[in-house]
Design a binder for this molecule. Structure first.
Ligand SMILES: [Zn+2]
Ligand SMILES: [Zn+2]
Length: 358
């Protein structure tokens, strides 16, 4: 089968024939219908997220079950599924305390090997998945069955972008109706934060992004105010829009120390700053301690939208079907697997909200 391989930092992605390892008792084989290009895939290729090459790319996908191992109980051949990088083993302490997004079995499930290169080299994958391939053999705990007629390109986005963004609003921050929300960075995840804020009943949703396409799209998805940080100071702009206080909730979706500082500054006293953006391995966050303590602010991180995939994925599918979450505006361009380098280049250049490989 064909797969898109990360073969070295900043090296072109290699699309090549690889050999799937025969599925184990708890594995399922999926035929991938669509795979979104998430910024974390880019972070692997540009070295932001250290990962030893080679590896199969892709952690946001949807497809159909083609085969199942002897002990698989959660899905059957023919089921449509969405992939999940949240492992949720269902048995560890965290899974038993409704915190499956930090499941302690994550590493052991993510590091299972499922394919080899022609020369025999074993291939791990991002998030234990590897959706940028024709077929994907994965642990059944990394797929969630969904009943829907939505196209794969939309279902795929639920696997990461939607769940991370909408979940950060509804699960992590639990934004209250009537609130003010600022979103720093409006790619696929940021647009999902905007939509989550609208669903939560936020009154003022301020979308901040230097790219016009992203601001315009945010306006169609629920943003009430748009700020171009190249044009005006976003901190001053958000304070102006919130009676001088700052926003009740600020979501940082880019992942740089400077923007984290800005996000905390932008949050009103006793408000909540939510960190979603993935930072470089070498970077730390610092903030003026006295100012932070006196502000009484809440600083939280949201990993995977604090999701319970088995609870949340079907819920998000229903929200898309009901028109509460709009995904067609988020799929900017479609590419064939062979065109993966073009899809990554467009994502890196900020030309797309989501490029999808089909
Ligand atoms: Zn992702
Ligand atoms: Zn667990």
């Amino acid at each position: 089968m064909k797969a898109a391989l990360f073969v070295g930092v900043n090296a072109p992605i290699s699309v090549e024939d690889v050999e799937p390892i025969p599925p184990g008792p708890r594995d399922v084989v999926l035929r991938i219908g669509a795979s979104g290009v998430c910024h974390s895939d880019l972070s692997l290729v540009d070295g932001t997220l250290p990962f030893p090459p080679p590896a199969i790319l892709g952690h946001e996908g949807a497809g159909t079950v083609e085969a199942v191992g002897s002990d698989v109980t959660s899905v059957k051949v023919g089921d449509r599924v969405v992939s999940s990088f949240i492992a949720s083993c269902g048995e560890c302490w965290y899974c038993g305390h409704e915190l499956p997004f930090v499941c302690s079995e994550t590493m052991s499930i993510h590091t299972k090997l499922h394919a080899r290169r022609r020369d025999g080299t074993e291939l791990p994958s991002l998030g234990g998945l590897g959706t940028m391939a024709e077929l994907m053999t994965v642990d059944e705990r990394l797929v969630v069955p969904v009943e829907s007629d939505l196209p794969d390109e939309q279902l795929a986005l639920i696997g990461c972008g939607v769940t991370t963004g909408v979940g950060a609003v509804l699960n992590t921050a639990q934004v209250k109706p009537g609130s003010s929300v600022a979103v720093i960075g409006c790619g696929g995840v940021g647009q999902s934060v905007v939509q989550g804020a609208r669903i939560a009943g936020a009154e003022r949703i301020i979308a901040i992004d230097p790219v016009e396409l992203k601001r315009k799209t945010a306006a169609t998805l629920g943003a009430t105010d748009l700020v171009d940080p190249a044009d005006s100071d976003p901190l001053a702009a958000v304070r102006d829009l919130t009676g001088g206080r700052g926003a009740d909730y600020v979501f940082e979706v880019v992942g740089t120390p400077a923007l984290v500082t800005q996000a905390i500054d932008m949050t009103r006293s006793a408000g909540t700053t939510v960190l979603i953006g993935v930072m470089k391995m070498t970077e730390n966050i610092t903030y003026h301690g006295l100012t932070f303590t006196y502000g009484g602010k809440h600083l939280v991180s949201s990993f995977g939208g604090s999701a319970d995939p088995r609870r949340d994925f079907p819920k998000y599918v229903q929200m898309v079907e009901d028109g509460d979450i709009t995904l067609d505006a988020m799929v900017s361009r479609r590419y064939k697997l062979d065109e993966v380098n073009d899809a990554f280049a467009a994502t890196a250049a900020g030309e797309v909200l989501r490029a999808v490989l089909m």
